[in-house]
Design a binder for this molecule. Structure first.
Ligand SMILES: [Zn+2]
Length: 321
């Protein structure tokens, strides 16, 4: 009850000024988006109209910065107008279609982390392949390839959603080669080929990347979107190198920023961080929740998920609550 009253109050300027200056006096809120989607899209993400509302609210109430300003702004003394950096993971086509027009109008800059292999091959990143296969299957039940003891009913949308989440949870925590093999068996069991052309292109094209560089910094997000901590060192380095090389080849600009796929503390290692440094990346973004402060690890930068439906939810995320 108290929290919902607080959320409503926070969208009003006087309460926001008090809350933001006392609860979040310094640091930078790095907001994390994925898809900025149309209502009918089968994938999770932020609805395009909600995104626009959030951006207009930021314009009035916050200081939206570029990644180049992160270090300087984090060092600045407390201020009443919170600094916010906008980041978008994976490189979805709807960044070009739905996010950029809003960013341009408001004079904002986005930082987009590209999974370059999915773009090159016009395929789904593997977590989306799981989502799509479980959503599109005509099967009424399935036996998981890695657990033959259980046959799961998937005859309605909630049960298919539960299946997708359970599969992703399992597949994220196993070695990458094993993950690939299980994923193939899963999509076969569901009788779906996620890359058979049924879906319109989901990832940005390189032409769209080049067309949006006026309002965008492009960063790396690996080539094949594996969980870095599930790779051997040579494969980990190849993922970073290939991603970097493809971005340079296509944009003529060396990427300086990187986001770890999935991004939890256990999804990357000290070796991942050292390899990023070695290959010229200056900042590494995690999905560990919180506000970035001066002195924090620059290769494990915290980000705030933007989940939530109201501006009150959003305001709370901005101030780290
Ligand atoms: Zn990702």
């Amino acid at each position: 009850m108290l929290k919902s009253l607080l959320k409503v109050a926070l969208t009003q300027t006087p309460a926001w000024k008090v809350a933001s200056s006392s609860w979040r006096p310094d640091g930078v809120t790095v907001l994390m988006y994925h898809r900025i989607k149309n209502e009918t899209d089968p994938f999770p993400g932020t609805d395009a109209r909600t995104f626009e509302m959030q951006m207009r609210w930021l314009k009035k109430n916050c200081n939206v910065i570029t990644p180049e300003q992160l270090g300087d702004v984090a060092r600045q003394p407390p201020r009443s107008c919170p600094a916010v950096l906008l980041t978008f993971d994976d490189g979805f086509r709807d960044y070009h279609d739905n996010a950029c027009p809003v960013l341009r109008e408001l004079g904002f800059t986005g930082l987009v982390f590209l999974a370059t292999g999915a773009m090159d091959d016009e395929i789904l990143i593997w977590t989306d392949a799981v989502t799509w296969a479980t959503h599109a299957t005509r099967m009424a039940s399935v036996t998981l390839p890695w657990d033959a003891t259980q046959r799961m009913a998937i005859d309605d949308e909630p049960s298919r959603h539960r299946l997708a989440e359970a599969c992703k949870r399992f597949l994220k925590d196993i070695p990458d080669q094993q993950r690939k093999a299980w994923l193939k068996q899963l999509t076969q069991a569901l009788e779906i080929d996620p890359d058979d052309g049924t879906l319109p292109r989901q990832m940005l094209s390189w032409d769209e990347v080049r067309a949006t560089m006026d309002c965008t910094f492009y960063g790396g997000h690996t080539h094949n979107h594996p969980i870095m901590s599930q790779l051997d060192d040579a494969t980990m380095e190849a993922e970073i190198e290939t991603c970097r090389r493809r971005i340079i080849e296509e944009t003529q600009v060396a990427p300086r920023y990187f986001a770890y796929p999935n991004g939890r503390a256990r999804d990357f290692t000290a070796t991942t961080q050292a390899l990023l440094r070695k290959h010229g990346f200056e900042l590494g973004f995690s999905t560990i929740e919180g506000i970035h402060h001066d002195g924090d690890d620059l290769y494990a930068i915290r980000r705030q998920n933007t989940a939530g439906n109201t501006l009150g939810d959003f305001a709370l995320r901005v101030i780290g609550r």
